[in-house]
Design a protein around this ligand. Structure first.
Ligand SMILES: [Zn+2]
Length: 307
């Protein structure tokens, strides 16, 4: 059955399967005593890169220490934070993108969204805790550049070449992180986010490659994940991954440390979106737990359990 022909029940079943797709036994063999933890998120702060069509990140302290001291001298401070579900490092839920009025599994968008409640189907609160085997496909390194040029289309050949650098091929149930090098522009919010000349990223052929590998989540270090050309207002890769294949997307990852460490082993990928009911995305702080100098055998029974 083609993805487009899948039914509403199919969509819900597949969404729930994601909840069973990751088991601790799948990934625990990858955690060694000397594992290293890589933080894959950028910090959130006022003035950080934000898409022009989304609310900017707003932070204000609403209670300072000493404003309401308790009898024992203890006082608490807190803040108000305003942001989009797609600000900074974040996860796209399946409900983020529709095509022709339909979400993943053929769910019609008409009638399921409201300004106050968000979307009633496939919101980010339905995303399970992501705990899976992960790999880094460092396309920038494969092509011997610090950063792929704007609007560069990562092809299936690029992914194959990056995979060839790994100690292990991509497997079903994996999380695949694609490094373009775009993270080098993070300190310059204008340059990072403007995309005046587009962004590099996977194109349609690369999307098909990812879908064939039956991964559960893909991510990259750019704001839009997929290749964007300034003269083309399309998002075919989002359509294929989110709508057709039910593959989650991570955007604006911080991947340069993984790249600098030349991580070619599989690692444990942890990404925990907030349960923001009705939201189409959530800020997330993913980490990669990378086997250290004595990595465990990777040829063991490491596979995604789907039943
Ligand atoms: Zn997004």
């Amino acid at each position: 059955m083609s993805p487009e022909a899948s039914t509403l029940a199919d969509g819900k079943r597949r969404a729930s399967e994601h909840g069973r797709a990751n088991s601790v036994s799948t990934v625990s063999a990858l955690i060694a005593d000397d594992s290293r933890v890589f933080d894959l998120s950028h910090p959130w702060f006022q003035g950080m890169p934000a898409a022009p069509n989304r609310v900017p990140y707003v932070f204000t302290m609403v209670l300072r220490h000493g404003d309401r001291p308790r009898d024992d001298g203890v006082s608490a401070a807190n803040e108000l934070v305003v942001l989009s579900g797609h600000t900074g490092t974040h996860l796209d839920a399946l409900g983020h993108v529709s095509r022709g009025g339909l979400l993943h599994g053929g769910i019609p968008v008409s009638g399921i969204e409201a300004p106050a409640g968000g979307i009633r189907e496939l919101g980010v609160e339905t995303v399970p805790p992501i705990l899976c085997r992960g790999v880094l496909l460092d396309v920038a390194a494969t092509r011997h550049v610090d950063c792929l040029p704007p609007a560069y289309e990562v092809t299936s050949d690029d992914l194959e070449a990056a995979e060839a650098r790994l100690d292990t091929p991509v497997r079903p149930g994996d999380g695949v992180l694609i490094r373009t090098g775009w993270g080098r522009y993070w300190p310059d919010p204008q340059e990072y986010q403007a995309g005046t000349n587009g962004w590099p990223g996977p194109g349609p052929a690369a999307a098909e490659w990812l879908i064939r590998r039956r991964i559960i989540i893909a991510g990259s270090d750019t704001p839009p994940f997929e290749v964007v050309r300034p003269d083309r207002n399309v998002r075919p890769v989002h359509g294929r991954l989110l709508v057709d294949a039910g593959i989650y997307i991570l955007e604006s990852l911080s991947l340069d440390q993984l790249g600098a460490a030349d991580v070619t082993t599989a690692f444990v990928l942890v990404a925990l979106p907030l349960k923001l009911v009705g939201a189409t995305g959530s800020p997330v702080r993913p980490v990669a737990i990378v086997p250290g100098s004595a990595p465990p055998a990777l040829d063991g029974p490491l596979h995604a359990t789907t039943s």
